[in-house]
Design a protein around this ligand. Sequence first.
Ligand code: GTP
Length: 614
Amino acid sequence: MTTMESLIGLVNRIQRACTVLGDYGGGDNAFSSLWEALPSVAVVGGQSSGKSSVLESIVGRDFLPRGSGIVTRRPLVLQLHKTDQASQEYAEFLHLPKRRFTDFAMVRKEIQDETDRVTGKTKQISPVPIHLSIYSPNVVNLTLIDLPGLTKVAVEGQPESIVQDIETMVRSYVEKPNCIILAISPANQDIATSDAIKLAREVDPSGDRTFGVLTKLDLMDKGTNALDVLEGRSYRLQHPWVGIVNRSQADINKNVDMIVARRKEREYFATSPDYGHLASKMGSEYLAKLLSQHLESVIRARIPSITSLINKSIDELESEMDHLGRPIALDAGAQLYTILELCRAFDRIFKEHLDGGRPGGDRIYGVFDNQLPAALRKLPFDRHLSLQNVRRVVSEADGYQPHLIAPEQGYRRLIEGALNYFRGPSEASVDAVHFVLKELVRKSIGETQELKRFPTLQAEIAAAASEALERFRDESKKTVIRLVDMESSYLTVDFFRRLPQEVDKGGNPAATTMDRYGEGHFRRIGSNVSSYVGMVSETLKNTIPKAVVYCQVREAKQSLLNHFYSQLGKKEGKQLSQMLDEDPALMERRQQCAKRLELYKAARDEVDSVSWVR
Ligand SMILES: Nc1nc2c(ncn2[C@@H]2O[C@H](COP(=O)(O)OP(=O)(O)OP(=O)(O)O)[C@@H](O)[C@H]2O)c(=O)[nH]1
């Protein structure tokens, strides 16, 4: 491959890839458009100026739709690929990648059909380009963009705005600094009124990137010639003007072969008394070569900026891909591994919350330090140990035979009744810690970046954790209730052994005796029970947190997802991949990014390879 061919081929390939990605300079995507950085040749001219004819004679083939009104209604990106002399000519559309057209009449039909597919039959225009590649031994490597002809009036059925719409679309191509403008003007019209030149002058005042093409030289009035234009006196451009003689309408009607037409054009210039001295620099073949060479030098000059644009885009895409997460492996083993990794990531964060690396774990201590003591303080012991109630309970416990020394049964009943009240705050502590843990699970799932893309797995982990927390809660409740029951099942003997001594310390046994069935007696019983209950309360205030931490917090830290893990091992590939279902929007985005990344990387490789050839 020669350097020139590889350079233009490079741009061709990048342009094709851009269109696949919908990146054709529309400007509505977030990435800097590579397309816009690529040099291209746009064919511009008024209606009937001979645009289609020039394009066709550059290609050497009839293939463009003809008709009245605005025929070209979508940009046609025409990529010419030179092939070996012996190979067969064919065309290929990007939107029909598998189909090779060898019949160029069918190419014309497909251009029409594809135009209608996007614009409808309403004669509207659309900026979405059609991509056509032509592989032929008779072309030079070149990319040309055929644009709708500039017009001054709308025809039947077209909205008035179409005149402006066409100009806007054409302008959007030619105002790009990388666009080479092929400005077509008919020789049988005053160059000063040429639509193409007018527009070119506006967007490229220095004439740096404008190639003036003069068609219909053969149609000029006898005795006149276009030397003033062709020799740059009428309107000066940086590049020399090229005169062209296309097939006339009569030739087209007679189906004059393009190759024959090229020969006739060559003969025209060679034998022309006016243009003979310019013959080697006239005609469509010369124009094609000139453009190709120019395109090559422009591309060469642009390589550094294309490279930096590509590198910048690759960086952006890679960081976005990192953010989105890489695609998931397909085999069950790798999926299981991924799920476990994700669970571990979650578990790590959850533990950090408990251990103080992240906030929230302190709320558990809050339960033990505030909620539990406050609830214990609020227990209605005053009511339970009121004089009246003490008397009632003791009398009932005595039955028909009042107690003789101390109301053993009465004491037991009063204590049992009081201890029962401890169930409430104990269970409430369990519940409170349960809710803290649940909230921390929820938070941790939200904070696990890696899980963001897997809503299904998030839900599964939440469900598994919540189920485990329920189990821990049940276990914890049983344990704290057991602590309370243990207090009732065996009372602290020492406490009561100490009691009579304390009573006696006061001195007067007679007073004690007299008092036995009076108010003082019951009050003392009440106060004894109260201090016993107070002692138990102090104990439980310490032991309930121990039980709760042991049954809930410690378990949550050690084995929150253990059950889930054991279930995972039994799952089949399909179930695993379901768990790794991603948000469809995110998958779509990743796919887009990956495709783009592939394009840019391929482009970088291509640029690298041609850079070395230089
Ligand atoms: N004799 C002669 N006729 C030409 C020449 N160039 C174009 N024509 C004729 O001019 C008419 C218009 O040419 P096209 O190539 O269709 O022009 P166009 O700019 O593509 O026209 P639209 O697509 O309608 O805007 C056709 O009948 C061509 O045969 C030329 O150099 N000599």
